[in-house]
Design a protein around this ligand. Structure first.
Ligand SMILES: Nc1ncnc2c1ncn2[C@@H]1O[C@H](COP(=O)(O)OP(=O)(O)O)[C@@H](O)[C@H]1O
Ligand SMILES: [Mg+2]
Length: 137
């Protein structure tokens, strides 16, 4: 897994915008990494490249956000508060995966329940920088 080191949020956003160009409706991208690693920053960069003009913020206190991009719908989920995903919870989550590109922060709780991702992004602190790994699944 090749890692790219970024020194600023803008560099992380630029990596995300490169990935965004390869995405299409129905694709799922999981974004892993501890608090403050830059997951939401990454999603923000991808959303900007997809033409989303709404403000992209962490959906930690809601299940998710649905944004409107340039000819594409974009979902942004955060499973931080989940410990596994029950059938009832999946009922709430499923619509976010329909007719959209979906970004999922803290995907670990949804393993085996969420649709298979097309890309896995992992972010980690590397001193004051961040190391970003993007894997196609
Ligand atoms: N290279 C970098 N990439 C991404 N974020 C960075 C970087 N350097 C510093 N930061 C800062 O780290 C924080 C990351 O926050 P956020 O994207 O919300 O993380 P997470 O969603 O993983 O909790 C922001 O305050 C951002 O400005
Ligand atoms: Mg976040």
């Amino acid at each position: 897994m090749a890692e790219t080191v970024t020194s600023t949020p803008e560099e992380t956003e630029a990596l995300a915008s490169e990935l965004a160009r390869r995405l299409a409706t129905g694709d799922v991208v999981t974004i892993s990494g501890e608090l403050g690693a830059g997951k939401t920053t990454f999603v923000r960069g991808a959303c900007a490249a997809l033409g989303v003009r709404e403000r992209v913020t962490s959906p930690t206190y809601t299940i998710g956000h649905r944004y409107h991009g340039d000819g594409v719908e974009v979902s942004h989920l955060d499973l931080y508060r989940f410990q596994g995903v029950s059938a009832a919870e999946w009922g709430d989550l499923e619509p976010y995966f329909e007719q959209a590109i979906a970004f999922v922060e803290w995907p670990e709780a949804g393993e085996g329940v969420l649709p298979a991702p097309r890309f896995r992004v992992r972010l980690r602190h590397a001193g004051r920088d961040r190391a970003v790994a993007i894997d196609e699944c």
